[in-house]
Design a protein around this ligand. Structure first.
Ligand code: ADP
Ligand code: MG
Length: 253
């Protein structure tokens, strides 16, 4: 994905630190995301990837540093958290669909309640999104009647229905059977190609190599190294990055 070098900043993180009690989960993180940029965050389990993603949409409160999303700085102020959440969509490892609502209602309810769309308008939008993720024939089913891969594609459509400026994805294929991973990654790849700004935590290195403008490698709560996939995967500068990539590649062969 070619990002214009002068694309405006949509997320700006400076000196971000976050502790859980005495445990420091994030240490002095700096990260900038530009509009239409796709960033894949990699790193060992426990390195703080989820914490970082969760801080960006205000699911976790940080103790120091600044997070600015589309001009809104996240502070303790609840109204700002609301403003940021309007701009930032999130897809989780566990799909978190409403079990008692149909696929159509799962997608339409957010725009109806929060964007004040009419039911007809929200459902028309939902149908367009279902076509986009290849699930239009499943609109009237309930989540339990779908496979994991299908449920995750509904979760992506639901996030998109809120017209986010940025989409955050936290290991969205980790709970899926292997044969369903690709259908979800394909949807994300198409979104990337359509210009959606995304911050994606993933262990799928081939996918990361294909879609990312930049890879960010985290370890022990720090951003150790970042760079374009070609550089980071084939010529990492830092020893910790080399060790992690070596381990991942040897595990996948
Ligand atoms: P990752 O997503 O990279 O696996 P996380 O961001 O989930 O890492 O976690 C980073 C560290 O913070 C881990 O050591 C984890 O145990 C710790 N942690 C995460 N959430 C909490 C929490 N709510 N309370 C205490 N510790 C937490
Ligand atoms: Mg995680």
């Amino acid at each position: 994905m070619a990002v214009k070098p002068d694309a405006p900043e949509i997320i700006s993180i400076n000196g971000l630190s976050k502790s859980y009690g005495t445990f420091q989960a994030l240490s002095d993180i700096d990260l900038t995301v530009h509009e239409q940029e796709v960033i894949v965050i990699i790193g060992p389990s426990g390195s703080g990837k989820s914490t970082l993603i969760r801080c960006i949409n205000g699911l976790e409160r940080h103790q120091s540093g600044r997070i600015v999303v589309d001009g809104v700085e996240l502070t303790g102020d609840h109204r700002r958290v609301e403003q940021v959440r309007r701009r930032v969509g999130m897809v989780f490892q566990s799909f978190n669909l409403f079990p008692h609502l149909t696929v159509m209602r799962n997608i339409a309810i957010g725009p109806e309640v929060l964007l004040k769309m009419s039911r007809a308008e929200a459902e028309a939008t939902a149908l367009e999104l279902l076509i986009r993720v290849g699930l239009e024939t499943h609109a009237l089913k309930y989540p339990s009647q779908l496979s994991g891969g299908e449920q995750q594609r509904v979760a992506i459509a639901r996030a998109l229905a809120m017209q986010p400026k940025v989409l955050l994805c936290d290991e969205i294929t980790s709970a899926l059977d292997p044969e369903m991973i690709n259908e979800v990654l394909l949807v994300i790849q198409e979104l990337a190609e359509s210009g959606m700004t995304m911050l994606i935590v993933s262990h799928e290195m081939n996918f990361a190599n294909r879609v990312a403008d930049r890879i960010v490698f985290m370890d022990k709560g720090q951003v150790v190294e970042e760079g374009p996939p070609a550089q980071l995967f084939t010529a990492p500068r830092e020893e910790r990055t080399k060790a992690f990539i070596g381990k991942i590649l040897s595990a996948s062969h």
